[in-house]
Design a protein around this ligand. Structure first.
Ligand SMILES: NC(=O)c1ccc[n+]([C@@H]2O[C@H](COP(=O)([O-])OP(=O)(O)OC[C@H]3O[C@@H](n4cnc5c(N)ncnc54)[C@H](O)[C@@H]3O)[C@@H](O)[C@H]2O)c1
Length: 289
């Protein structure tokens, strides 16, 4: 249970799931600290939170940059008291096959989705363990459990952070600490993730993206249509809040991919060759039929 007022640190909280987390935890009377790379969206989110009476602070941070995360940490430690609930949530999406993905695509997505989590843990975890208090929520994805085609870069980043969260869970158990960890594994959520390119540094411009102005790729169009029907991020934030309260580790947002995950686990148990039964879009469509 979250018994005391906490400082809730949320990366990528200027939009989508992170923003909903800010509202959900803020409404419970916690101090909200959002770190995000997109300054205008961050300012807007902070003013919306404050207009609801929530104590909110915004700090510009690039989670893929170690110095930036260290400065983020220093600003938080100098102004906010523990306990901390830390949501390592900032993330970007990219689509495209592995063969068409450029090294720069890998650098950008792994930089934000994987190194962002590593730097965040490096900055906050030792302090939280020493303090024997707090909870960490790492945002992975269904893509951390499955390896759908044309999402290889993203899949790799989300498998990696799932593994980090599971390892951390065991380590915290071994230490019998009060620090908790959860891993958020959303399916499809209606956010701005398909427009992730808006935050892509020019020097990391690669080959693959989910959004291109003149993009008539039917696969990408189908994905966009499905996202319009996807889950509301507020309902995801609700699940996360309850999971933190009850110290629940795995947070799934829907059952749509349950059979596909079971089938993958069965492939591994039987050492049988992986067989594509449906892609991400088909899986979702089959479930909504
Ligand atoms: N939307 C989905 O369907 C879905 C599904 C599974 C997992 N996720 C994960 O949820 C998380 C949140 O994404 P979302 O769907 O809310 O998308 P979103 O684009 O609405 O929000 C992502 C936020 O991360 C920020 N961000 C991007 N790069 C950053 C950087 N280098 N440093 C700091 N902040 C940065 C963006 O400015 C934005 O505010 C991501 O980790 C994403 O991979 C989303």
């Amino acid at each position: 249970m979250i018994k005391e007022r906490s400082s809730v640190v949320i990366t990528g909280g200027a939009s989508g799931i992170g923003k909903s987390l800010a509202f959900r935890f803020g409404k419970e009377g916690n101090d909200i600290i959002i770190g995000d790379i997109e300054e205008a969206a961050l300012d807007l989110a902070i003013s919306e939170l404050r207009s609801e009476g929530i104590l909110a602070t915004g700090i510009v941070v690039d989670v893929s940059d170690l110095d930036s995360v260290r400065s983020f940490k220093e600003q938080i430690f100098s102004a906010f008291a523990p306990p901390y609930i830390l949501c390592l949530n900032a993330g970007v999406g990219a689509g495209g096959s592995i063969s068409e993905s450029d090294v720069l695509d890998w650098e950008w997505v792994l930089g934000v989705n994987l190194w962002g989590v590593i730097y965040g843990l490096n900055a906050f975890l030792p302090f939280m363990e020493k303090n024997n208090n707090g909870h960490i929520v790492i945002t992975s994805s269904i893509a951390g459990h499955l390896s759908y085609p044309n999402m290889g870069v993203y899949n790799a980043s989300k498998h990696a952070v799932l593994s980090i969260a599971e390892t951390l869970c065991y380590e915290l158990q071994e230490k019998s600490t009060e620090v908790g960890v959860s891993v958020l594994c959303p399916g499809l959520v209606k956010t701005n993730i398909l427009d992730s390119e808006r935050n892509r540094p020019e020097i990391l411009t690669g080959n693959v993206s989910l959004t291109e102005p003149d993009d008539h790729d039917t696969r990408k169009e189908a994905v966009r249509e499905i996202y319009n029907l996807a889950l509301d991020p507020d309902s995801v934030a609700d699940l996360v809040f309850k999971a933190v309260e009850s110290k629940q580790f795995y947070i799934f947002t829907e059952n749509t991919f349950h059979d596909a995950i079971k089938s993958r686990h069965r492939d591994i148990e039987l050492a049988r060759n992986p067989m594509l039964r449906a892609n991400l879009v088909e899986e979702h469509l089959n479930d909504t039929d």
